[in-house]
Design a protein around this ligand. Structure first.
Ligand code: ZN
Length: 181
């Protein structure tokens, strides 16, 4: 079953230091940034902007995919966690969370690691007492820490890794199909 396709039969992973994600894929944007992938996203991009952009375009819009000349990835499966498996296959990043590599899910800027003293008054008191390490976004200032939500994140990534081993590729009519099973 086809879960995604690229509009060229390229070798994977593709070498691109940044991807552009179509609107309606905000979930994917946050995850890619968390996993350290530089990801451009704006709900305000027009189709004309997206046709011209000089990075891998990730979209669910078949019409846009058909019209694009530049390298593009069409996500066929509606299953969010499988999008991560596919993007990891295409871009070659590990499906493991490493805060040292993460970018801010909200704005995409770099994070810097800081101690507890730097975030007093910026995080809830119980969080401050329980954690020693924090990361601050150099763009928007949002503070992150490895908390209970990481259990859920790691569970999702484990599912994505299991799905990924079932994926294979096949070149058909100049498109690289990504197939499950
Ligand atoms: Zn930020």
């Amino acid at each position: 079953m086809e879960v995604a396709r690229l509009n060229a039969c390229v070798n994977l992973p593709v070498s691109d230091d940044e991807v552009v994600v179509n609107s309606m894929l905000g979930w994917l944007v946050r995850w890619l940034r968390m996993l350290g992938v530089r990801t451009m996203y704006s709900p305000n991009y027009s189709d004309a902007d997206l046709l011209d952009v000089n990075h891998l375009l990730v979209t669910r819009d078949r019409e846009l995919f058909r019209r694009r000349a530049g390298l593009s990835l069409l996500l066929v499966t509606p299953r969010h966690v499988e999008w991560l498996s596919i993007l990891s296959l295409v871009l070659g990043f590990p499906l493991m969370l490493d805060m040292g590599r993460s970018l801010c899910p909200v704005c995409g800027s770099k994070l810097i690691r800081v101690g507890r003293d730097s975030v007093v008054g910026k995080v809830p008191r119980n969080v401050l007492l329980r954690h020693n390490e924090f990361w601050v976004c150099t763009g928007c200032g949002k503070v992150y820490w490895v908390g209970g939500h990481h259990v859920r994140i790691n569970r999702e990534l484990e599912i994505a890794r299991k799905l990924q081993v079932t994926l294979s590729t096949q070149c058909v009519d100049g498109n690289l199909l990504i197939i499950r099973g």
